[in-house]
Structure formats: C-alpha cells, structure tokens
Ligand binder design. Structure first.
Ligand SMILES: Nc1ncnc2c1ncn2[C@@H]1O[C@H](COP(=O)(O)OP(=O)(O)OP(=O)(O)O)[C@@H](O)[C@H]1O
Length: 310
C-alpha cells in the first residue's frame, strides 16, 4: 500500500534555480527508502516539500491519504522529520524539549512513551541537561527523539549519519530497524552507499533535481558493485601492452599507475589473473590498493548510460 505518492513535483527557487525537475515517486508502507545523491542534488528540497517546509512549484504530494497542501495538519501529524541542521532550543532540557514537541502536534501527554524514546536513544540519564551543553552527537539524538515524540507513521531522516561517530551510527541503524518492525515507513537521504546498503529496501538516485533511478537495493548493489584496483608501477608504462587487452585497464599518472575496474560481485574478478599476467610481462609494482567505486563514479556511469540510452 502506498504511504507517500509524489506526482509531477518541481521546485524552482526564487533565485531561478531549478532544484527539482520532475519527480514522481511512490513509497510503500513499511519500507525503508534511501535517497542517494551528491551535495545539491535536491534531496533536502524534496524532503522539505513533503514535510511542508518548502512549497512545491508544481505537483502534488499525498501522505497517508492526505494532500500535504489541502490537508496539511493531518498530513504533517503522520510525519516525523529529523533535519540535517541541529536546530533546537538551546536553553531547554532534553526532557522538556521532547515533551513539548509532542504537544505541538496536539497529542495528549504520554510520559511513559517519552521515557521509552529517550531510553532507546541513550538520552534518559541526561534528560535534565540543557541542550546547549550537549555534544553534536547528543544533539542529533535529541533531534531524533523530537521527531519520534508524536509517534509518526512516516519518518524522514536527512543525512542522519553525516559526521556522527560509529556508536551513534550503530544506534541509529538499530533504531531504524526497530521502527520498521512497528510498521513505520522510513525515508533517509545519504551520501554513503554503505548506509543504503545496510539499511534500505529500495534506493532512489537523485542527480541535479532528477530522480534518475529507483530500484530494489539488491538489484542496484549488483549493478553498482564495481571496484577499482590501482597498482603503483615501478617503471612507468608508455602504453598498455596488447597482452593486457582482456582487462578493463587505464593508465594514470603519466603511466606510473595502472587502474583496473572490475565487478566485485563476480566469482571471477580478473584480479588474480591480471597479477599473474603482469608477472609474466615483467611489469613490477610497489604497492596496490582497491576501492569501492564512489557514489560519484557511479553517478558518472549512470548518467553516461542514460545518455547512451537516449
Ligand atoms: N532556499 C533556497 N534558495 C535558493 N536555492 C536553494 C535553496 N535551498 C536550496 N537551494 C539550492 O537547491 C539545490 C538543491 O539543494 P538541496 O539542499 O535540496 O540539495 P541536497 O541534495 O539536499 O544537498 P545537500 O546534501 O548538500 O543538502 C542546491 O543547488 C541548493 O543550492
């Protein structure tokens, strides 16, 4: 059952910048959806429209059956938002702030629920601390507690783990899973492929205001499972030897580096045979490393493929 239906959404800011070109997206109830994209792709704009913080230029959004424009309050009550920016009242205590947040949505007080949320986020012991005395990671936990205080059915997390430590990241992922078990739909934005890989059922890739791809995570990871092997050669090569034409190789750094792009998911990655071939050809290397294709690489290849298809 769809819980969010976005149709023909566009956003042009007053500056003339077109942040969203035309977004159509349906989110199913209970799924974890990761929106991937580089800085400035339009992720925050999209989330802000759904949460009623930014007005769309054209298009409609229906959240849990409520049009976010015509029926804003009803729609917004269903939604929890953890924004990127840590904006919250510095002089209040954690407990007061989170309790107040619930009240904002017209929900009756529920101290037991607030206690549980604070405990889940390891904030209970600090409940009487003023927000301004907290570390960045703790403040982020408070933002999450606030977003959960009115028991939303849909939770938006905007870059939840940007700049947080390992412990908070782990807690956050555990919390997301727990919420999902309760039937909460979760939409998170991220730069990190690992995060999408760990959490998401489905992934959308947004690039320059366009949702260029929406896919089941497992299918996407297969496609994106590329790695790059870099070999630092002892002697630079002027050109690639014909004997190495079976591998997808590129010479970099004036012939001093050999790069091999391969499918990390394949049974035969071609790495061992390449090393053997180099040995046969007497091409020595001092060092080597492999890295996962970055999101940037992946976007480039996706856009490239898009261009070819068109
Ligand atoms: N209020 C605004 N007025 C004008 N332009 C804006 C405004 N807010 C965002 N933009 C621009 O819209 C584009 C999309 O921004 P947005 O914040 O949605 O991207 P993002 O994908 O969330 O990136 P990030 O991860 O950096 O937050 C950017 O070019 C940004 O500069």
């Amino acid at each position: 059952m769809p819980v969010i239906e976005i149709q023909g959404l566009t956003k042009t800011y007053k500056s003339g910048l077109q942040a969203l070109k035309r977004v159509d997206l349906t989110i199913e109830k209970g799924e974890i959806f990761a929106l991937l994209g580089p800085n400035g792709a339009g992720k925050t704009t999209l989330i802000s429209i759904v949460c009623g913080i930014v007005n769309a230029t054209t298009g409609t959004v229906v959240a849990d059956g409520h049009d976010i424009r015509k029926d804003f309050r009803a729609a917004r009550t269903k939604i929890g938002l953890v924004p990127q920016e840590l904006t919250t009242d510095a002089f209040e205590t954690i407990l007061a702030t989170v309790t107040f947040s619930r009240g904002l949505f017209g929900k009756p007080g529920n101290p037991a629920l607030i206690e549980q949320i604070l405990k889940d986020l390891s904030l209970w012991d600090k409940r009487d601390s003023k927000i301004m005395t907290l570390s960045g990671g703790m403040k982020r936990r408070v933002m999450i507690a606030k977003a959960l205080s009115h028991e939303p059915d849909i939770l938006f997390l905007d870059e939840p783990t940007a700049g947080v430590d390992v412990e908070l990241r782990r807690d956050m992922w555990a919390m997301v899973r727990k919420l999902r078990e309760r039937g909460v739909t979760i939409i998170l934005t991220t730069h990190y492929i690992e995060e999408a890989e760990e959490m998401a059922d489905r992934v959308g890739v947004i690039l320059k205001g366009e949702l260029i791809l929406v896919e089941e995570k497992t299918a996407l990871m297969k496609k994106l499972g590329k790695k790059t092997l870099t070999l630092n050669l002892i002697e630079p090569l002027a050109a690639l030897p014909a004997e190495l034409s079976d591998w997808d190789l590129t010479l970099k750094a004036d012939g001093g580096e050999l790069e091999y792009s391969f499918d990390a998911q394949a049974d035969d990655t071609g790495v061992p045979s390449l090393i053997r071939a180099l040995e046969r050809l007497n091409i020595g290397f001092k060092d080597l490393n492999t890295r996962q294709s970055s999101l940037e690489d992946i976007f480039v290849s996706l856009v490239h493929r898009d261009g070819e298809a068109a």
